[in-house]
Design a protein. Sequence first.
Length: 262
Amino acid sequence: MTEKSDKSAGQRAGRQQRITDYVVNNGSASAAELAELTGVSVMTVHRDLDELARRGLLRKFRGGVSAQPSTVFESNSEYRLNANVEAKAAIARQALTYVEPGMSILLDDSTSALALAKLLGEVTPLTVATNYLRAIDVLKEVEDVRLIAIGGDYSPTHDAFLGMPCLEAVERLTVDTTFVSTSAMNTELTFHQEPEIVMVKRAMLQSAQNRVLLMDSSKMSRTALHRLAPVTDYDRLIVDAGTPEATVEELRNRTEVDVAAP
């Protein structure tokens, strides 16, 4: 791929993320409105919208586009990969300080855990288990990592393996540390909008001697349909610098909290 095509792909990805964020925040938008927002032609916007609809992020209708229900876009791996990237990278760098050579660790299907997976080559040898296909793709290339790919029913939305086979595989493991994230939390509880995800994350927490929660500030002071676990169930919480100080202080009454450097 040439430098010019690299730049073009980057511009397109950035534009599509901006379109997605705008539509999610506003509920719907017209193609003309999005063309003005992004500074490109209506035809280019329509091509972007076709791609975003194909990936399941937005829903096209005659004359415009609307956001998928929150349970769809918040779970969609494509959306999560491009959301709060810098905060997740900072959290992952801090999480790496709790990984030592020789450890066994478990990673969930979160993009925060994926950011950590990309750094694990710095602290090998390791045993790493995960049900997230993108993390598997990253870790299979890392030397001195014994990779345990947790299978099950493949979910295209999450790009991960779920269901009963996944649960049974996780329950047979005992690891030093599990690193998980979820879609929402307040100062007392963590939440997720999908019961099958809740079940897998709970099993991962039960399978670890140490439980580390990775949460960027966009997920703070929010709830979702299903309760995952109380904050006190986690041995450590790592947040980014955008988390309000008052929230951090209240959370410290329930668990150890690290604020990752930006």
